[in-house]
Design a binder for this molecule. Structure first.
Ligand code: G3P
Length: 224
């Protein structure tokens, strides 16, 4: 089942899309939380009051050593929500992921910039893999190509990790990874807004409304 996430800590932004889309949950990172100016517990409480039970929250560790990452992951996991622990897929992070998976904690390997890096995280048992599509593109490389290669490697080696691409700056990047069949995605708010923003849609709806009112005034369809 495809999982749609928003990459934000802002409950108002989440409320807008939770009303009209089947939002699975929220992804955050330390920069997003720092920008919100709120602590994790407050943010989770606000998001939970919007999304309700069943919402899944991806929260990143800030520790830097294996033992500290494992300890922080256990504490994130204990929070009273459906938590996924995000761990950067560095050498230290991969060591931590190996240990954490022995504890049956759900893990997302983040800060993925190459297919081989994502593949190693999958071998370590990461449940989700987050390649940074726009950041890769911005380096002059091919973010979509990294996602495609990673999806191929997972398929070829029968690994069950789900790719959850992150970091988008335009709708084309989003459409390209969706066409690859990824199992999840996280969208920044402004890109989610743009998915609705085709300039021809509202004029078409307005024309229908105009034609109807000319013929039937304020009657509704079933009253005509
Ligand atoms: O969590 C990773 C993702 O949010 C990065 O996005 O826009 O900072 O490249 P961005």
């Amino acid at each position: 089942m495809f999982e749609l996430y928003l990459d934000t800590a802002d409950a108002k932004q989440v409320a807008r899309f939770n009303a009209c889309l089947p939002i699975k949950g929220i992804t955050t990172n330390p920069s997003i939380l720092a920008k919100s100016g709120k602590g994790l517990k407050q943010v989770l409480s606000e998001l939970d009051s919007v999304i309700g039970s069943g919402g899944r929250y991806h929260v990143q560790v800030v520790s830097q050593t294996v033992d500290n990452i494992v300890e922080e992951a256990k504490n994130i996991h204990k929070l009273p929500y459906d938590m996924v622990v995000k761990i950067p897929a560095t050498e230290v992070g991969l060591a931590a992921i190996k240990k954490i998976k022995a504890e049956k904690i759900t893990v997302l390997a983040t800060a993925i910039y190459s297919a081989q890096q994502g593949f190693l995280a999958a071998l370590c048992g990461a449940d989700y893999l987050a390649p940074y599509v726009n950041r890769i593109d911005a380096m002059g490389a091919n973010g979509n190509g990294v996602v495609a290669d990673l999806q191929l490697l997972l398929n070829q080696h029968h690994l069950e990790s789900k790719i959850l691409p992150a970091s988008f700056k335009n709708v084309q990047q989003v459409m390209d990874v969706l066409k690859l069949g990824v199992g999840a995605i996280t969208l920044p708010y402004d890109i989610a807004v743009q998915l609705f923003a085709h300039p021809s849609v509202q004029p078409a709806v307005d024309q229908f409304s105009h034609d109807w009112q000319e013929a039937f005034g304020s009657k509704l369809s079933f009253e005509s």
